[in-house]
Ligand binder design. Structure first.
Ligand code: SAM
Length: 249
């Protein structure tokens, strides 16, 4: 049997294309792309003339199985999305899941991923984090969804559409508090790359004051809830410390 390759592509800067991705996209029998017209530019830039078909998670299961039939018959297929790593807020889950269920080899070809790039340069704790994808667009749904995340102690990472970024930051400041540190990472790897770390209340003002901050591609990150500011925990720690100090010789 062939292999289903899951291939990352750049998130803006074409120089981030990894050499192995180029080799594999040139050598496979078929490229399954989220949007064939969108990917045409990337493929021509790297002189890749492999046939392309459209694949997204709404594709019917017949299309999924047809692609995998070709892998089973010995051809290799590469899955790409419009930008970055497939399956990360992008299509591909059903294809990869079905491939595994059929016992076919699935091989990742890692490269750019906006949320990892954003986190790596954010200055927020990166030892533990939770990627939450796109917040719900509607006001009430978003608020409830943020409330459910407010006590999370891991760094939170979101993708957000530019026309919703201000409303989203305002909701975050309301629900999580204006003092909570957050980062907006915009246009990563591109000409107008901007990364700003500040308390949520300040980020709201920054984005409100400069409409350029409401353009392009955006990753938002929010520091996890700090357990140290929990006053009941502090009181308990003090009580235990008092007992221990009394016991010391
Ligand atoms: N699969 C992609 C990845 O690996 O990051 C993400 C696909 S998702 C449909 C697109 C979203 O990713 C954008 O709305 C934005 O939130 C984020 N994104 C993609 N490229 C970006 C960039 N260059 N700078 C900042 N955010 C980016």
């Amino acid at each position: 049997a062939g292999v289903l390759y899951v291939v990352a592509t750049p998130i803006g800067n074409l120089a981030d294309m990894v050499p192995r991705a180029v080799e594999i996209l040139q050598s496979v029998a078929l490229i399954a792309a989220e949007d064939t017209r969108h990917s045409a530019r990337l493929l021509s830039h790297f002189s890749i003339s492999t046939p392309c078909i459209a694949y997204h998670d709404h594709s019917d299961s017949e299309r999924t199985e047809k692609i995998l039939d070709r892998v089973a018959a010995g051809e290799s297929v590469a899955l790409i999305s419009d930008a970055g790593t497939p399956l990360v807020s992008d299509p591909g889950y059903r294809l990869v899941r079905s491939a595994r269920e059929r016992g076919l080899d699935v091989v990742p070809v890692p490269g750019a991923c906006a949320m990892v790039a954003a986190l790596s340069a954010s200055g927020l704790p990166s030892d533990r984090f939770s990627f939450e994808g796109f917040p719900p667009p509607k006001v009430n749904a978003r608020r409830q969804w943020l409330e459910a995340l407010a006590a999370e102690s891991r760094t939170l990472i979101f993708y957000e559409a530019p026309h919703r970024v201000l409303a989203c930051l305002e909701a975050m400041a309301e629900v999580m508090g204006g003092d909570r540190e957050a980062v907006i990472a915009r246009e990563l790897t591109k000409t107008f790359e901007t990364i700003r770390l500040a308390p949520l209340a300040e980020l709201v003002e920054f984005v409100r004051a400069d409409s350029n901050q409401q353009r392009g591609e955006i990753v938002l990150m929010v520091a996890g809830a700090s357990t140290r500011s929990d006053s009941t925990l502090d009181a308990e720690a003090e009580r235990v410390m008092g007992i221990l100090l009394e016991e010391l010789p």
